[in-house]
Ligand binder design. Structure first.
Ligand code: PLP
Length: 429
């Protein structure tokens, strides 16, 4: 056992017990080459570490915390839920209620299954699409992340029409050979790929706004074009809205761009900060799933009552207060504009990238529209920026390739504090 919240002692033990001392690699802070933050507690827009230092938090657990940390009503809801039982292995009314809220917000999700993570959601949606179409291949975009299931840990090969290669040992080359990889935002490349694989591709899975290589905004008309091409080739279009769902708008990316996918995956926000995922889509597709259809998928803790009640509490608040999205939009663009001015003021080789309520700062002088652009970023400059911000009491993701997640708890005063810190840190870069 470690003593007295001694950080060095906790880190030593963590590294003895867990690979890299963490349960998810980014938390090890390797790409910024400094000691990880170990969190004690959090409230609103702030997290406090075990040494008692408080930071303005732009990680917000990588997306779920649209209200910020520990709003009273959520703590109350989870407490009440826990007192009635934490899991049963039977259906509860809460699962039905959350599903109805999601369906009403996202009409393309006619029928759905709750799971425990985004990874499980995308993996299961792909299984359904393969079963439905009787085809083996899937297509994803370079730089989009859909969790860590084997078929999706893949990057593009050397040429456009070559097969994907695994990004991790332990992933079978024979499996990844069924995953095609295309550049994001390039409709012509996609068309070439689809034409070359007619009748072979079960589904195309994409983040409608790329949020796992920083933030990359879909080009004008791009999502509509993807929809048309999927229709043309009989491909199931899966929107992975694990980040964008209930963040870019209450009706998610499908609502904003008025493009209807065949299937959708959610996670993060829909669990109100508890572990959850969800996949769904057209009835005809979802009726493939057991026990109605032959496609197996289950889960001991799926539809967990704590997660469902937290999700209902969060989504119903968002539904009943459209002004929340206006506030979040106004605040995110306020942050964007202020940082854009500071980039000019200090002549920093950087650009901001914002899509509605999603924001990111790239240390490259050029606009970023795809993964190849993202790869031009100066990672050492990000590292120095990150370190400076941390020292100024602002906690950013310890990686250039993550979005910033301002929440509803990030009010003007907190944003101004952040902007002042950016001004100081830019001056030292
Ligand atoms: C976070 C994320 C996932 C994976 O979700 P987990 O809950 O971490 O398994 C999948 N897709 C996208 C777009 C994500 O951002």
């Amino acid at each position: 056992m470690y003593k007295n919240n001694d950080k060095q002692e906790i880190l030593r033990l963590a590294n003895e017990l867990m690979p890299g001392g963490v349960n998810s690699p980014v938390r090890a802070f390797r790409s910024v080459n400094c000691q990880p933050v170990i969190v004690e507690s959090a409230q609103g827009a702030h997290v406090t570490d075990i040494e008692g230092k408080t930071y303005i938090d732009y990680v917000c657990s990588y997306g779920p915390l649209i209200f910020g940390h520990t709003p009273d009503w959520l703590v109350e809801e989870i407490t009440q839920a826990a007192a009635k039982g934490t899991t049963y292995g039977f259906t509860t009314p809460h699962e039905v209620e959350l599903a109805e809220i999601i369906r009403d917000a996202y009409p393309a999700c006619e029928m759905m299954r709750m799971v425990n993570s985004g990874t499980e959601a995308t993996m299961s949606a792909i299984r359904v699409a393969r079963a439905y179409t009787g085809r083996d291949k899937i297509l994803k975009f370079e730089g989009c992340y859909h969790g860590h299931s084997d078929s999706l840990l893949v990057k593009s090969g050397s040429g456009l029409l070559t097969q994907g290669v695994p990004t991790s040992p332990g992933v079978l080359a024979s499996l990844v050979a069924e995953t095609l990889v295309c550049p994001y935002n390039d409709a012509a490349a996609l068309e070439t790929m689809l034409a070359a694989h007619q009748g072979e591709i079960a589904c195309l899975i994409m983040e409608p706004v790329a949020g796992n290589m920083g933030v990359v905004v879909p080009a004008e008309g791009y999502l509509k074009r993807v929809r048309e091409l999927c229709d043309k080739y009989g491909i199931v279009l899966i929107f992975d809205e694990v980040i964008t769902g209930f963040r870019v708008d209450y009706h998610s990316a499908a609502g904003v761009w008025n493009v209807t996918p065949d299937m959708v995956c959610f996670g993060k926000i829909i669990g109100g900060g508890l572990p959850v995922g969800c996949y769904g889509g057209r009835r005809e597709l979802m009726e493939m799933v057991s026990p109605v259809g032959p496609v197996y998928q289950g889960g001991t803790l799926s539809g967990n009552p704590l997660a469902m009640r937290a999700g209902i509490a969060a989504l119903s608040r968002l539904r009943d207060n459209p002004a929340y999205y206006e506030t979040l939009l106004a605040n995110t663009s306020y942050l964007d504009e202020a940082i854009t001015k500071l980039i000019k003021k200090h002549n920093i080789p950087a650009v901001t990238s914002r899509c509605r309520t999603m924001f990111c700062l790239f240390f490259t002088p050029q606009p970023v529209t795809c993964y190849a652009d993202v790869m031009t970023c100066d990672l050492d400059m990000y590292r120095r920026f990150f370190e400076g911000m941390l020292a100024s009491g602002v906690l950013l993701a310890p990686s250039q390739f993550e979005a910033w997640f301002p929440s509803l708890a990030h009010d003007k005063a907190i944003l101004d504090e952040t902007i002042a810190a950016v001004d100081n840190v830019f001056a030292m870069l």
